[in-house]
Design a protein around this ligand. Structure first.
Ligand code: XMP
Length: 528
């Protein structure tokens, strides 16, 4: 669980939207709650539970959601929140742990349940108005929801009424209607609560009275205005990596300030097959002369010559990147602003400091301090799916909008051992086959990341009557949601078969293909 020891400043949000704040007690689902609220078109932020209550007032929050959490309200050091939150006159919805905190703070009874309730449950709802208004149900079967809790509320606080119960939870939902305080033991944010979104909508739109203004069109419009104000007539530079964040950020800033923006694409020669061309085509067309492609392929290869240690590779690539970018930015003369593709999860991770966070991503780390740029971070309020939606709205092609995560150091860390032009080419070709075959088979985008690794192992093979001694290529395909943990994908045998035979047929230097069946942990997704 994340703990935030220092109280933090009130983050500034985008103006003009009614805001709901999720107070995060370390639940696995906290970010999901915030995303669901935004899907209801209500702007929402996730704040750590150490954020002072008065910040909610200062920020003009229209509603508060207390998240779930892994702790028990009675355990030592369990995260808590001051009870004044219930006196602000702002509607509060407690979810799971959040409901238990509300119960404890206001004098109800929370106890460990005899057995942990986990999975699907059926709710007997007492009144289908208010929080449960308009939900489809049959009286006999009840309302399907998803539970995951150890403690349970035995009796609600004085002044509250029980709104629903389930077999294992006598108080599965409760309310104090006149104080606009609500609690649910189940998780409306997960897909296994089929009408969860309706519950959120009832809370947000009816109970909190929020206006549903948070759409990507309105976001783009407001961002364009804000960027113009920030930049004035100044000049702006942006590094493009081919990734979705920098691409969307650059396109948004370009919409705001047009030719005042110059984008620099450092082609380090470590991208996948066709990627550098795709970036050049897409942005060359959009930005014309203000798109600069720097061919630094030779430069990176010579710096990487003979280097086998992955961390050294990363460091060299990161430093070289900054050097090339600086050289190009200097050539532009008087540039005041730098665009960064920071997204909301980066802001959350950094502990919500009001000041700009700089990604430790290799291709930007260190730049602002050395070159004294002012930062423009147009995506700092967006989740990844919103970044994609903005990208689509701005007309970026699917290859960029749906690009899978790709490491900054690129193929250099997928060629095990020293990188040279030949190995890089073998890796690039093998990877292209993996990408082509899996993307064709994986129409649902269930595989999160997939690629080839050129190992430094050679093995004996036979071709015709000849003995061969060739490279071993490993195929990696994983399911994950955030890269922190991952499981190997159970690809169909015929897909694996096609990949293997194509690699061995089309790349003469390779005579063996293996499939990586390691999960993370204990492995990592990448090999280096
Ligand atoms: P690992 O290998 O640590 O990877 O399980 C987790 C996710 O991070 C990506 N990755 C990187 N991204 N620079 C990056 O920008 C890096 O040096 C780097 N190393 C790993 C990896 O592709 C996966 O999505």
């Amino acid at each position: 669980m994340k703990t935030m020891l220092e109280p933090v400043a009130v983050p500034a949000g985008p103006n003009g939207h009614d805001t709901v704040v999720v107070i995060d007690f370390g639940a696995q689902y906290s970010q999901l709650i915030a995303r669901r609220v935004r899907e209801c078109k209500v702007y929402c932020e996730l704040w750590p539970y150490t954020t002072p209550v008065e910040a909610l007032k200062r920020r003009g929050a229209k509603g508060v959601i207390l998240s779930g959490g892994p702790a028990s309200v009675y355990s030592d050091g369990a995260p808590s929140y001051p009870a004044e939150v219930f006196e602000l006159g702002i509607p509060v919805l407690g979810i799971c742990y959040g409901m238990q905190l509300m119960t404890k703070a206001l004098g109800g009874d929370v106890r460990p349940a005899e057995k942990r309730e986990f999975g699907k449950a059926l709710l007997k709802v007492k009144s289908f108005d208010d929080l449960f208004k308009g939900l489809e149900h049959t009286r006999e079967e009840g309302l399907a929801c998803w539970m995951s809790h150890g403690d349970r509320v035995e009796s609600p606080p004085p002044g509250f009424e029980t709104l629903a119960s389930s077999e294992n939870s006598p108080v599965a939902a409760m309310r104090s209607k006149d104080r606009r305080l609500y609690g649910v033991q189940f998780h409306p944010e997960v897909v296994h609560t089929p009408q969860g979104m309706d519950i959120f909508r009832n809370f947000l739109l009816d109970i909190c009275g929020c206006r549903p203004t948070w759409t990507m069109e309105s976001f783009i419009e407001a961002s364009v205005r804000r960027i113009r104000e920030q930049v004035g007539t100044g000049r702006v530079v942006c590094g493009l990596s081919g990734g979705v964040d920098s691409s969307v950020a650059a396109t948004l800033v370009h919409r705001a300030v047009g030719d005042q923006l110059t984008t620099i694409f450092v082609d380090h020669g470590l991208l996948r097959k066709g990627e550098a061309e795709q970036v050049s085509r897409t942005f060359g067309e959009r930005f014309g002369e203000r798109f600069v492609r720097v061919d630094a392929r030779e430069r990176f290869l010579s710096r990487l010559k003979g280097v086998a240690d992955p961390e050294k590779k990363r460091k060299i690539i990161g430093e070289e990147f900054i050097r090339v970018f600086e050289e190009e930015a200097r050539k532009l003369g008087d540039v005041r602003f730098l665009v960064q593709g920071t997204v909301y999860p980066d802001v959350i991770e950094s502990g919500f400091g009001a000041s700009a966070t700089i990604k430790s991503h290799h291709n930007v780390g260190g730049l602002p301090e050395r070159m004294k740029f002012e930062l423009i971070e147009p995506l700092r309020y967006l989740f990844k799916d919103e970044v994609r939606a903005v990208g689509k709205e701005l007309g970026l092609p699917d290859e960029i909008v749906w690009r899978q995560p790709f490491p900054g150091p690129g193929l250099a860390i997928r060629v095990i051992g020293p990188v040279d032009a030949e190995r890089l080419e073998i890796e690039r070709e093998a990877d292209a086959i993996v990408v082509e075959e899996i993307s064709k088979a994986d129409t649902e985008r269930a595989v999160w990341q997939y690629f080839a690794v050129l190992t430094d192992t050679r093995s004996v093979g036979v071709m015709g009557d000849e003995r061969t001694y060739g490279f071993v290529v490993a195929v990696r395909a994983v399911a994950s949601t955030d890269g922190m943990t991952a499981d190997w994908s159970r690809l169909p045998y015929d897909v694996l078969q096609r990949i293997a035979s194509r690699i061995m047929n089309e790349i003469p230097q390779v005579n063996r293909v293996v499939y990586d069946i390691s999960s993370k942990p204990p492995s990592t997704i990448e090999w280096e």
